[in-house]
Design a protein around this ligand. Structure first.
Ligand code: FMN
Length: 313
């Protein structure tokens, strides 16, 4: 595998979504393989105490590598070893480039209010092919999820340590966002570019149950569908969920469908169990998204490729 191919594969991995945009991955590049490793220094102790979201994010990055490999006639063979994912590549002339390669760079989390319009049934069928369950606005399940998002907000916003961790990952203005190249930047969450001494107290005032519920209910009401992902509740299952999630997000992007996470109920153990039961999911609830049509959001930043490469030769 030459450098051009290796770099293209890594660049696609880095564009994957991750909890709080923590970018919790590292890569080791070998002769004909890439090892994707979790970067535990990016742990989110409060929102993700079991590293569940780290491994879902790793799964998204792995899926991007496998999809991009097809562009170079490479077949990707994925094997989980300890905490790591080994991806071996085999040249295979009959491999067709995936139609999703070009959507990896276009995919984004879009936290805007959606425009209310419905989604065509053929698109819903395409999205459902990933195994995600889709619930339309007005259905009993959609309303159940809404009530659990409120319960999730209550649990999280009343937890000082959760709020402090969230604040640590917020990038309040351009200077901070451009310096850190990670986290939740002001423009992506729709805030103005202001000095920290002005925005910090405003953010503190806004991070409360009532304001979070008001904003989330408005956003959910503008979304014609919610998608729920269940999966095996261990490391291999989380990686697999991440791969399915990324496929879903790329299919959505290819149809110009916006996606945003409404994960609060998945992040509070008792709520995830109870909501999964009420939705009659076969496995543990892992991810919740709202989907719809919306104008594009600002793009979130990434650290440079070199920051993620482990070279222990
Ligand atoms: C496992 C996982 C959990 C996430 N949870 C949330 C969430 O609860 N709320 C949210 O707004 N975004 C959530 N996100 C989206 C990330 O914040 C987003 O991927 C990151 O900021 C990078 O932005 P991008 O997706 O536009 O590239 C989550 C992403 C992943 C992979």
């Amino acid at each position: 595998m030459d450098d051009i191919i290796a770099n293209a594969l890594l660049d696609s991995a880095i564009l994957a979504p991750s909890g709080h945009n923590s970018q919790p991955w590292k890569f080791r590049v070998g002769e004909d393989c890439i090892t994707v490793m979790p970067d535990f220094s990016k742990r989110l102790y409060m929102v993700d105490p079991l590293d569940r979201e780290i491994f879902i994010s790793i799964g998204c990055a792995v899926e991007n590598i496998c999809i991009t490999a097809t562009k170079f006639n490479l077949k990707a063979l994925v094997e989980i070893k300890d905490n790591n994912v080994d991806i071996a590549f085999e040249r295979c002339t009959d491999i067709v480039a995936s139609p999703f390669v070009s959507f990896i760079a276009k995919r984004q989390t879009n936290r805007n209010i959606f425009d209310n319009t419905l989604i065509h049934k053929s698109i819903i069928d395409h999205l459902s092919s990933t195994g995600a369950k889709l619930y339309s606005r007005g259905s009993k399940e959609f309303d159940i999820v809404k009530s659990f998002v409120k319960l999730g907000n209550s649990a999280q916003m009343k937890d000082k340590d959760f709020v402090n961790e969230l604040k640590e990952w917020m990038r309040l203005n351009e200077t901070q966002a451009a310096r850190e190249l990670d986290g939740l930047s002001y423009d992506v969450i729709g805030a103005p570019n202001m000095p920290s001494w002005i925005s910090r107290p405003i953010v503190s005032l806004m991070l409360n149950v009532a304001m979070q519920n008001r904003s989330d209910m408005k956003k959910l009401q503008s979304s014609p569908f919610i998608a729920a992902f269940d999966g095996q509740d261990d490391m291999a299952g989380w990686i697999e969920t991440g791969r399915r999630l990324e496929r879903f997000l790329l299919i959505a992007t290819s149809h110009n469908i916006a996606c945003a996470f409404i994960n609060q109920p998945c992040e509070v153990e008792s709520l995830a169990v109870e909501l999964g039961r009420q939705l009659h999911l076969q496995q543990k609830l892992q991810i919740l998204l709202r989907i719809g049509h919306a104008s594009p959001s600002k793009r979130s930043r990434r650290r440079p490729r070199e920051a993620f490469i482990v070279d222990d030769m």
